[in-house]
Design a protein around this ligand. Structure first.
Ligand SMILES: [Zn+2]
Length: 341
């Protein structure tokens, strides 16, 4: 009996899905907020990158830097995306992304506990969990710089610098072909968590996530109503990558001095952690069906890709133009009759 119990426990240890620990995510969030305002190009965001890289190293992971200088309407800014690869059985990959910069404000001290802090803290804890998981596909965690507009208002190409740079590079080096889905995490710290379906996001991917939330009895946080969001997922969608934005923009402290630890909670990080991890098997199942069906075409596309890679540089302008043409604005939350709390 004792031996059987030991065997049962050992089996459970092997088969139990690794769990997201909001306590650990909260500690990351606390550390990030303690650094202070972390706008792109600042010494504080350099310090933030060091923290992220050190924490990843503690989980046995390495961040690869994508470094560039980008021209904003105000100034030229040094930017860095951090890319972490967690190998899986297949080389095709799912990207889980979030921004780690905070919006530049000179009039007040903006520490971005939810806006910039929560996504980075979330990805750090997710990295620890996914490192121990048996991943059928490769998972890439992407810490994006330059999500925020440099000017006070969101407009034109003065935003999503990091995601546009990443997609540009992925097109040029051919790695876009193996990118099968993108999950974007943004502003998930709100104490009063209300995540709405985003109508810019890919419907099947959105459905998988909202169905998981319902199954986990977390539909008080993942609401049935919709809004339209402009965020770091748009460059991926424009490049044909199925993408979903998990964001709570119904946040009183949004872009104010009040976006501090008082406005956020570990519970909200846990909710999103559970839903994202719970959704992954269904996302992978959905994608693996497509991969089997298009297996031959994927192989053929590789030789095609090499030919195209050489001709891509002049097309960058075209992408920039189409981003300008994308006239959606990041929409503030519009209350609806169903919003009762
Ligand atoms: Zn923001």
């Amino acid at each position: 009996m004792g031996a059987l119990l030991a065997l049962a426990l050992a089996l459970q240890a092997v088969t139990a899905a690794p769990k997201f620990d909001a306590g650990k995510a909260w500690e990351h969030l606390r550390q990030l907020v303690a650094i202070g305002p972390r706008p792109s190009g600042s010494p504080a965001i350099e310090q933030t990158r060091k923290y992220i890289k050190d924490q990843l190293a503690a989980s046995g992971l390495t961040a690869v830097e994508q470094v560039w200088d980008d021209q904003t309407p105000i100034d030229k800014v040094h930017m860095v995306n951090l890319v972490v690869t967690i190998p899986g059985a297949r080389k095709e990959r799912i990207v889980i992304a979030g921004h780690y910069d905070t919006k530049l404000y000179r009039q007040f001290r903006f520490v971005g506990a939810s806006d910039g802090g929560s996504s980075a803290a979330f990805l750090l804890e997710l990295a620890r969990v996914l490192k121990t998981r048996k991943n059928p596909m490769t998972i890439e965690l992407l810490f994006l710089d330059g999500e925020e507009a440099r000017l006070p208002d969101w407009g034109g190409t003065d935003n999503t610098y990091g995601s546009r740079h990443y997609v540009d590079l992925a097109k040029r080096d051919g790695s876009l072909a193996s990118l099968k889905a993108m999950l974007l995490i943004d502003m998930i710290g709100d104490r009063d968590l209300d995540i709405r379906r985003d109508t810019n996001s890919t419907p099947w991917l959105t459905n998988v996530i909202w169905e998981t939330a319902r199954r986990q009895n977390l539909d008080d946080y993942f609401l049935a109503d919709s809004t339209r969001i402009e965020d770091d997922h748009l460059p991926f969608l424009a490049a044909g990558v199925p993408s979903v934005d998990i964001i709570d923009l119904d946040y009183e402290a949004w872009h104010t001095a009040k976006d501090t630890l008082d406005a956020v909670s570990a519970r909200s990080l846990q909710v999103v952690g559970d839903v994202v991890l719970g959704s992954l098997p269904n996302i992978e199942a959905h994608l693996s069906k497509t991969l089997v069906l298009t297996g031959r075409r994927v192989v053929n596309r590789r030789s095609y890709k090499v030919l195209r890679a050489k001709a891509v540089t002049p097309r960058r302008k075209g992408l920039k133009q189409s981003m300008i043409a994308m006239k959606h604005r990041r929409q503030a939350f519009v209350p609806t009759a169903t919003d009762g709390h």
